[in-house]
Each structure stands twice: as C-alpha cells, then as structure tokens.
Design a protein around this ligand. Structure first.
Ligand code: BV8
Length: 244
C-alpha cells in the first residue's frame, strides 16, 4: 500500500497530518458532508456562523450541546492511535480541522486545532475562556461580564486563530511527508496546507475512501478507511527501524 515511500522512511523525518471529520467517523462522530452528515438536516451557514449565533443563540447552542454530548462519549479509534504511535519513528505534527479533541485523547503530543474545540467555551466579548462542564444547567450560558458565552470554535466567516494558523503554515512548509486523512478539503484556508507542503517538495499522501477535489495533486491516493490504512503506515516505519 505504501510502496511509494517504502525505501524513503529513513529520509522522512518530519511528518504532518492534516485531518478532517472522516478520521473521527469510526469513533461515532458524524462527518459533515457524508450520507450520515451532520449537515444533512442542518444548514451549516445557518448554524456555524456568528450571525446565526446572534440571531438564534438557543438553536446554535442546542446544536453544539447535542454534538458535544456525542464527543464526550467518543473514543479515539485505530486511526488516531496510529498517528500517536508514529511519534516513536518520526517528528509528527497533527493539523486538525476537527473540534473533538480525539487526537489529544489518543496521546498525540503536537496537535494544532485549526477550528477550535467544542469542549471549550469562550465569551463573545471579553477574553474569558474555559473548559465546558459536562452538562449545562441553563440554556444560554452568560459570562461574568454579562455577555453570552459561545463554543470556542471557528465559525464560517471568522478568521482562524492567527498564532495557530501561522504555526500550521510553518509546519506544512517544512515537512518531508504530509498525510491528508478524512477530509473533503472543501474548507479554506485549511485546504491550502497541502499546496504549501507540495511547494516545499513534501511527499503528499491522501487517505480517504472517496476522491476529493485535490486527489490529483497527491503523490499517492489510498482509497481506504483511516482505521485500516494508518496502522499499515506505522508498521512500515516500525519495520524500517527494526531493520536498521
Ligand atoms: C476564513 C468548526 C477568512 C465549527 C468549521 C463564502 C462566505 C463566507 C466564507 C466563505 C465563502 N466562501 C469561502 C469561504 C471561506 C470559508 C469556507 O471555506 N467555506 C466553504 C464552505 C466553501 N472558510 C471560512 O470561513 C474560514 N475562515 O476563511 O477566514 C475570512 C474571514 C471573513 C470572511 C471570509 C473569510 C473558517 C472555516 C472554519 C469553519 N468551521 N468547523 C463546527 O464544526 O461547527 S468547518 C468544518 O467543516 C470542519 O471543521 C471542517 O473543516 C469542515 C468539514 O470538512 P471535513 O472535515 O473535510 O469533513 P467532510 O464531511 O467535508 O469530509 C469528510 C471526509 O472524510 C470525506 O471526504 C469522506 O470521504 C472522508 N471519510 C469518511 N469516513 C472516513 C473518511 N476518510 C477516512 N476514513 C474514514 N473512515
């Protein structure tokens, strides 16, 4: 499956993963655009935007509370744990679009959350930031400053956290291998990361059961599930290390 890099594992020192909802699908968290997609019965532009929040904060909080309950139940799958295990054989950085915290739960040590985290809460005005308690007592949580609290996620039309985005671009621009897993690469600017890696001569591998808009840019496309393909990638590096 990974013939392309079989003889290059020694030269591949820095690996960057760009992950999306697909890597958490087998942990029971619905993707956005799949057949079980979150957005099948919700319009993202009606829910994951700042306007939607201020027009109907109760609806938006209900949607996030429902999704957060699901995230609290979810466990990392073999795809998440394989990425964490790969840290034994190379420098690994995970640039995730997911807001479920499953890479950290799988013990990946370097994770940049490009779109925030659903289990964190922040004030819509002051700089209050905290973890969300398991359950909310009231429907609309208010900050001590009196303003409404919101999930600490990046909504459409909002810029990504500048420090996070800058670091992510840096890692993408200096890696030897970028593995794009479980993302349709529809959302920008996250979908520009593979382009930065390619411009810096990284090897690009895509792991996705379906083709994406950028499959033709990849050096290797593996049409497989992340839980099946990622453990195979780890064993390739493991065998190479044992051989030396
Ligand atoms: C920005 C957090 C500058 C919230 C998310 C018009 C109007 C307004 C904006 C725009 C516009 N046109 C373009 C834009 C920019 C916009 C954008 O890209 N829109 C898209 C819809 C066209 N981007 C932004 O607004 C970003 N900010 O650009 O700032 C700016 C400032 C002001 C004005 C304009 C621009 C902010 C984007 C962040 C949005 N927040 N999430 C929440 O989650 O509630 S995005 C959200 O959707 C996710 O975080 C993720 O990024 C994205 C979903 O994508 P995927 O993860 O790829 O999931 P998807 O379901 O699509 O695909 C899953 C894949 O997995 C599939 O390919 C499937 O085949 C595969 N799969 C399934 N199972 C498996 C699998 N693969 C492997 N194994 C499996 N088992």
């Amino acid at each position: 499956m990974f013939e392309l890099i079989r003889n290059q594992t020694k030269e591949i020192r820095k690996i960057v993963f760009v992950t999306g909802a697909g890597i958490s699908q087998e942990s029971g968290i619905p993707t956005f655009r799949g057949k079980d997609g979150l957005w099948r019965n919700h319009d993202p532009m009606k829910l994951a935007t700042i306007d939607a929040f201020f027009n109907n904060p109760k609806l938006v909080w209900e949607w996030y509370n429902e999704r957060r309950e699901n995230v609290f139940q979810a466990q990392p799958n073999q795809g998440h744990t394989a990425i964490a295990e790969l840290e034994e054989y190379a420098e690994v950085v995970v640039l995730t679009q997911n807001i479920d915290g499953l890479h950290q739960k799988a013990s990946s040590s370097k994770v940049l959350e490009l779109h925030g985290n659903i289990t964190r809460i922040k004030c819509s005005v002051c700089n209050f930031l905290d973890d969300i308690p398991r359950r909310f007592s009231e429907n609309l949580p208010l900050c001590k400053c009196g303003n409404i609290l919101r999930p600490d996620v990046v909504w459409f039309g909002e810029s990504l956290p500048q420090d996070v985005w800058k670091k992510a671009m840096g890692f993408a621009g200096e890696c030897d291998l970028m593995v794009v897993v479980g993302t349709s690469l529809v959302v920008s600017p996250a979908n520009t990361l593979p382009i930065s890696a390619k411009q810096n001569n990284a090897i690009l591998i895509e792991i996705n059961p379906e083709k994406t808009e950028m499959s033709s840019e990849m050096d290797l496309v593996i049409n497989d599930l992340s839980t099946s393909a990622l453990p195979k990638l780890v064993s390739l590096f493991k065998q190479a290390k044992e051989k030396n």
